[in-house]
Design a binder for this molecule. Sequence first.
Ligand SMILES: NC(=O)c1ccc[n+]([C@@H]2O[C@H](COP(=O)([O-])OP(=O)(O)OC[C@H]3O[C@@H](n4cnc5c(N)ncnc54)[C@H](OP(=O)(O)O)[C@@H]3O)[C@@H](O)[C@H]2O)c1
Length: 225
Amino acid sequence: MTDLNNRRVLVVGASGGLGAPLARALAAAGATVVLHGRDPDRLAAVGLDGAEIHTGDLRDPAVPAALIAAAAEGGLDGVVIASGVVAFGPVADVTDDLVEELMAVNFTGPRQLIRAALGTLDAGGFVVSISAIVAEMPTAGMSAYSASKAALSAFTVSARIEARRRRIRVIDARPPHTETGLAGRPIAGVAPHLAEGLAPETVAARIVRAVLDDETELPSAAFTS
Ligand SMILES: NC(=O)c1ccc[n+]([C@@H]2O[C@H](COP(=O)([O-])OP(=O)(O)OC[C@H]3O[C@@H](n4cnc5c(N)ncnc54)[C@H](OP(=O)(O)O)[C@@H]3O)[C@@H](O)[C@H]2O)c1
């Protein structure tokens, strides 16, 4: 079992539909949660009064390492990466600019965060990186999003194997569709009709349980079984 009491955990994307309930669930489990997002007002709305707050856009290549370094000033035991964007549309609509944007936010930023976290965390530390079910099952009309998540998932699983020797857990969480509103704010395209998704609190609770129970894998099936 991992005890989160008095352990400092950075939640990246804490202003989001998944990040906010994750931050609250980690705090409820005893962690001292450090919040990251782009908008201080949205971070304040998470409701963790007194929580340390950091802001920055992950598309800026200087941000990820600086964020880990700043959060680590108070000590750092875990990092949960819950940031990301989505895009929809057929392959014909997938422009170079769109791919660049998706890869910057969904792959490059998290990759840099994982690299910096592994250079900072001690034995017993953990990283949770949220890719998505589309990393397992690429989906029509979501080719570029699926590709960005598959890249992140592959990187995270490789990092997990490397970090194991140092007793640092790196978890690739691949949740199914979740009712955070993400599908309604794509950076391109329009969402297809999607079946009712999981509740964000359910997904957040499952991720925190994985941290507490020393799990190392969170495939999509783990969220519905
Ligand atoms: N919802 C789903 O169905 C689902 C399913 C599987 C996986 N996921 C993944 O789970 C993660 C969270 O999704 P969500 O549903 O919670 O989405 P969300 O509600 O839109 O939250 C996204 C978060 O990412 C942050 N973010 C976006 N662009 C950023 C940038 N350039 N720099 C820094 N932060 C940025 C947002 O910050 P701001 O508040 O500043 O915008 C927000 O905190 C994503 O990686 C998503 O792909 C979601």
